[in-house]
Ligand binder design. Structure first.
Ligand code: MN
Ligand code: MN
Length: 467
């Protein structure tokens, strides 16, 4: 046997004092296959839920199958009992009762299930030069130029005059047509090329092509639009006036796929933040009898500032926890004061191609695990929830006790931009909260990338949080 090379004093000191986050695949090669297996379910969830409503429906189906019942504030629950509540079909809250009383606080894990997209305008249909279009109004922070010449699917609901809610979905089945925003050919783009990238495609140019065959009647003024409406009417029984009672989202038609020769990454639409929604949901479903009662919330409207009554800036989670409080006759403020929350959201992974917007020592990297983000915000931490050292310590302790690979990261270099999550709205309730989630490449693009090892370790972090 070779004699072990003796470490120098400097090397010993280096090991004791210096910290570097490792590549999980190097330290735990066995987990590459485990992570890949876990992510098969994640890909299926991404394909099933491309809108907040679809994600709520998928989650509710899984909860019911696992024995969850709707929360009844008048009932008395035992440790291990599982309940849920749906908010207006666009957000969902779920709980597994713990062994500790609610007065000792709950463990909240909040992710969001809305993603950037092109929404149809209230009066979307028009015809121009014998092509029929939908007018759109983009939702959330998109880079508009990325949404041209990519296949789009139509998802949503239409409420008919009699109150019937019709789900609509075109572009997901193999035999379905898809839709598309056109862009100029390079030969004629000299003038467009002079535009700033942010105006490569302008908001009023995000017009979705939906048809080009006219209804055969010379007396009709807009025959191509009429033909498109006729086809929609045949499929869903809707008329143009029904669009005023609809919510229809154009989303990338692409399914979730493996990326890379080693299949280490997942490429898909809407991973911000369905990656945290899925991992949170799985951790919630699997926990049997936690110490602290869990509150897993999949929220809507995060991408536009958590506004509206399905966003976390409304009182709906507070009301849910009030309902929980009622089951044990506790004051809700007592619960809030002692609770801890993970704001389960993604962060920007370091992209070597665009290195100058990152600060390398304080960025998250793919394959190094879930990223703990002490604060978000912009400029001098404006709009941030700046998690306390104590909160950071608690979360790090939980993760390290359970073999979770984690890393710390900021959202880009100082003054390069910024962003926010649901964290500040949770903090506003007098709850300790910190952001934790998956590092993402090409965030908010129609095709975002996440590492399977990072998805897996985010799931493990959420599991550990609920033990
Ligand atoms: Mn997000
Ligand atoms: Mn986002």
């Amino acid at each position: 046997m070779d004699e072990q090379k003796k470490k120098t004093d400097g090397q010993i000191l280096e090991e004791a004092l210096i910290w570097k986050f490792p590549h999980i695949g190097k330290e735990k090669p066995d987990q590459i296959a485990e992570a890949a297996a876990f992510c098969e379910g994640y890909k299926a969830f991404l394909n099933e839920g491309k809108t907040e409503r679809e994600c709520v429906a998928a989650a509710e189906r899984m909860l019911k199958a696992a024995g969850y019942e709707t929360l009844d504030p008048g009932k008395c629950y035992q440790p291990g009992d599982k309940v849920y509540q749906v908010n207006r079909k666009k957000a969902i809250l779920m709980t597994t009762f713990g062994t500790k009383p609610l007065s000792e606080g709950v463990r909240i894990n909040g992710a969001h299930i809305d993603s950037p997209r092109l929404d149809l305008k209230p009066n979307p249909m028009y015809e121009k030069s014998e092509i029929a279009y939908f007018k759109t109004h983009y939702y959330g922070g998109i880079r508009k130029y990325q949404w041209g010449t990519t296949p789009l699917a139509l998802h949503g609901v239409v409420v008919k005059k009699d109150g019937e809610v019709i789900p609509v979905c075109i572009g997901e089945e193999a035999a379905d047509p898809v839709f598309c925003v056109s862009d100029l050919l390079p030969h004629l783009a000299a003038k467009q090329n002079e535009r700033k990238l942010s105006e490569g495609l302008k908001g009023e140019e995000l017009n979705v092509i939906i048809g080009s065959i006219p209804y055969a009647d010379e007396a009709v003024k807009e025959p191509v639009k009429l033909m498109a409406l006729k086809l929609l009417n045949e499929k869903y029984g809707i008329t143009e006036a029904d669009f005023f009672r609809a919510e229809i989202e154009m989303v990338p038609a692409q399914k979730a796929v493996d990326v890379g020769l080693d299949r280490s990454l997942i490429g898909a639409y809407g991973q911000d933040d369905r990656v945290c929604a899925y991992t949170a949901l799985m951790a919630e479903l699997e926990v049997t009898c936690p110490a602290y009662t869990t509150v897993t919330v999949l929220s809507d409207k995060e991408e536009i500032g958590s506004e509206g009554n399905t966003g976390m800036n409304s009182n709906y989670m507070k009301h849910y926890i009030e309902d929980l409080a009622q089951t044990q006759g506790v004051e809700v403020r007592e619960i809030f004061r002692h609770s801890m929350c993970l704001s389960a959201d993604v962060n920007a992974a370091y992209d070597p191609t665009f290195a100058d917007v990152f600060e390398a020592n304080n960025s998250s990297y793919i394959n190094k695990g879930c990223v703990l983000t002490k604060y978000t915000g912009a400029r001098g931490k404006s709009g941030a929830n700046d998690a306390s050292a104590e909160t950071m310590a608690k979360v790090i302790e939980i993760m390290e006790a359970h073999g979770v690979y984690w890393q710390a990261g900021e959202l880009g270099a100082v003054d390069q931009g910024g962003g926010g999550t649901i964290a500040k709205f949770v903090a506003g309730l007098d709850i300790d909260v910190v952001d934790l989630g998956v590092p993402i490449l090409s965030m908010h693009a129609p095709f975002e990338l996440a590492s399977k090892l990072d998805v897996y370790h985010t799931y493990k972090a959420f599991q550990a949080f609920y033990i």
